[in-house]
Design a protein around this ligand. Structure first.
Ligand code: NDP
Length: 332
């Protein structure tokens, strides 16, 4: 089988040469383990951080080791009482065509509720990130203005829709006309800003005549800066991501936030979805319910073929994906 290893720590924007495809034997499950055929691999911006040799909330990838991320797969051999052949499962597994996993490290998914890939998108880690960051930290109220950056991406598209469900006026920021159309026509957002063609400061001021009550931060950089002068009293800023800075080689210095937060008594709070592990069930149930009620839609950009995994990952930094970026490795 093929595997993908990290062979060089990327400097700046990652390149293909930082990774290597290698051949390896398919493992044999021991007692309490299963052999899984990979169906879908999740490619995520946070993996970029794990490629640096720095201390973070999650350990860095070791050089010459197989990259891991969220995977959906099908059990092909089971030595566990908890799983049977053909079960569809998810877990954090390797970028490889087959994985041997402990039964405690994976869980079954219900493909009657939604297609398997949805467990990497709206019903998976990115959906939960949107749910907890927005509702726990952002706490949008009816009639408030919520601004979300990375609005057409996996997390952002769910944030915008939950904010609408909560009765907020939602302004989405994204980087292409196609994405802007999607936000307006499919997700029904109230206003949009294309940060590549609009002057973000001016456009935001125009699109937020009543100021900003919640800013869901996915991208950082100049977009995050443009929001600060528009904050209302008691605004909330869930700091989810800062993708615009992930490939920077030098510290990212922009507007200093203190005076904006003081003037408005606003809260800016970083978080990782793992902070909410004890509430994942609540989040998954709420997302599944909205999905079933037709209140939540989701988009996925599915790239075909294991050999395309690295390209799909690199494409995240070019904004090629609408909704969740996923690689399809084999048929379910
Ligand atoms: P997305 O699906 O949003 O994909 C990334 C998108 O980011 C691209 O499509 C692109 O959209 C945008 N982008 C890329 N480069 C830039 C740039 N320089 N400036 C502005 N936008 C850029 O990914 P996710 O939804 O998975 O993740 C969104 C954010 O949330 C990331 O920052 C990620 O790290 C973070 N995250 C945090 C988690 C947590 O636990 N805190 C968990 C999951 C994600 P466009 O065309 O609009 O530029």
């Amino acid at each position: 089988q093929q595997q993908i290893k990290l062979v060089k720590r990327p400097v700046g924007t990652p390149v293909k040469e930082d990774f290597e495809f290698v051949q390896a034997p398919i493992g044999e499950p021991a007692e309490g383990e299963v052999l899984i055929r990979t169906i879908y691999i999740s490619v995520d911006p946070y993996l970029r951080g794990r490629m640096n040799d720095v201390k973070s909330y999650i350990p860095p990838f070791e050089l010459d080791s197989v990259i891991t991320s969220g995977v959906i797969g099908q059990v092909v051999k089971s030595k566990s009482a908890k799983f049977a052949e053909k079960d569809v499962v998810t877990g954090s597994l390797g970028w490889q065509e087959y994985s041997v996993a402990k039964d405690s490290s994976i869980r079954k998914i219900d493909t009657n509720l939604a297609p398997a890939s949805a467990y990497l998108s709206v019903l998976g880690m990115t959906g939960l990130t949107a749910y907890f960051g927005l509702l726990d930290i952002g706490q949008p109220k009816e009639g408030e203005t919520v601004v979300v950056s990375g609005a057409a991406g996996a997390v952002g598209s769910v944030v915008g829709q939950i904010a609408k469900i909560k009765g907020a006026r939602v302004v989405g920021i994204a980087g292409s006309d196609e994405k802007i159309k999607y936000l307006k026509n499919e997700l029904g957002l109230d206003a949009t800003v294309n940060y590549k063609t609009d002057d973000v400061k001016t456009a935001l001021a125009e699109k937020c005549p009543d100021g900003i009550d919640v800013y869901y931060e996915n991208v950082g950089g100049e977009i995050g800066d443009a929001v600060l002068p528009l904050l209302n009293k008691f605004a909330r800023i869930p700091v989810c991501g800062a993708i615009s800075a992930y490939n920077n080689e030098e510290a990212d210095i922009g507007l200093r936030v203190q005076s904006y937060l003081i003037k408005t008594s606003s809260v800016m709070k970083g978080f990782t979805v793992g902070d909410y592990a004890s509430r994942f069930k609540e989040g998954s149930q709420a997302l599944a319910k909205w999905l079933q009620e037709g209140k939540l839609q989701y988009e996925e950009t599915i790239t075909d073929g294991f050999d395309q995994t690295i390209d799909a990952f690199l494409d995240l930094f070019k904004g090629a994906n609408l909704g969740k970026a996923i690689v399809k490795v084999s048929e379910l």
